[in-house]
Design a protein around this ligand. Structure first.
Ligand code: NDP
Length: 235
């Protein structure tokens, strides 16, 4: 049945960019897209070896991918990223704004840079990516944009003022761009995951917080990157 399901959801000849695609949730999204036969651009910023190993996994699944080193908070990098997608694969259909960081700290101790880095990456990065891909998607009257927000865009915990602001902003950006791009048959959606295990981001979260989350969760466990990737594939 998984074969039927996959052929129903084939993404053959579609081209996807996944920012922060070499780790955690992004990596799971890349592998789901590869299963559906999409051509994938894996954007990353600091771990080329992880990206190369993922490219090999994608090839084993019979899909094509390229890794591109591009910082989403830098416009020049993003133009390079989008050019690479169009030059390598000839078109652009799917943009997954997944790159994200945390710099958790009580707000009265939060340095300017902790605030700026998180907003620049998690929110401005997604805005720049959306703005730069919009002309391609509008011209072909087809496209899918998925933004990886967080439950922390909807509620908060201690030490997350920068992160919560960025994710609440990302949800607002999603709503605005959905309204503006909808008439061109471009869908924009956000996913707001709870705590997801096995990612580098979650490794920085204190164990007692993760224990409390696990206790409160209906499944008695944290989510898996695949859980999020399945929702992204649907969207
Ligand atoms: P990871 O830390 O495992 O991966 C982060 C990815 O983002 C890496 O690929 C990293 O690249 C990339 N990245 C970081 N900064 C930049 C930048 N400036 N430009 C381009 N790429 C960048 O994170 P997760 O998989 O946990 O998180 C992915 C997304 O999911 C984030 O937006 C996060 O906020 C969100 N999220 C995560 C949750 C969780 O519990 N883990 C819960 C809810 C939402 P490199 O490897 O090269 O450094």
């Amino acid at each position: 049945s998984s074969h039927t399901e996959r052929s129903m959801m084939s993404l053959k000849n579609k081209v996807a960019i996944v920012t922060g695609g070499n780790s955690g949730i992004g990596q799971a999204i890349v592998l789901e897209l590869a299963h559906r036969g999409a051509n994938i651009v894996i954007d990353y910023v600091a771990h080329p070896e992880a990206t190369e190993s993922l490219e090999r996994q994608v090839a084993k699944l019979g899909a094509r991918s390229i890794g591109v080193d591009a910082d989403v908070s830098k416009l020049a990098d993003l133009r390079k990223l989008i050019d690479a997608a169009v030059k390598s694969f000839g078109r652009l259909d799917i943009m997954v704004n997944n790159a994200g960081i945390g710099r958790d700290r009580a707000m009265w101790r939060m340095a300017d840079q902790d605030w700026k880095d998180v907003l620049d990456t998690n929110l401005s990065g997604a805005f720049y990516c959306t703005r730069e891909v919009a002309p391609y998607l509008r011209a072909q009257e087809y496209g899918k944009i998925v933004n990886i927000a967080s439950v922390h865009g909807l509620r908060s915990e201690f030490g997350l003022s920068n992160y919560c602001s960025s994710k609440a902003g990302l949800i607002g950006l999603t709503r605005s761009t959905a309204v503006e791009l909808g008439p061109s048959n471009v869908n924009v959606n956000a996913v707001a995951p709870g705590y997801i295990r096995t990612t580098r981001l979650t490794e920085q979260v204190p164990a007692e917080i993760l224990d409390r989350v696990r206790e409160r969760s209906t499944l008695g466990r944290l989510g898996d990157p695949q859980d999020v990737a399945h929702v992204v594939l649907f969207l």
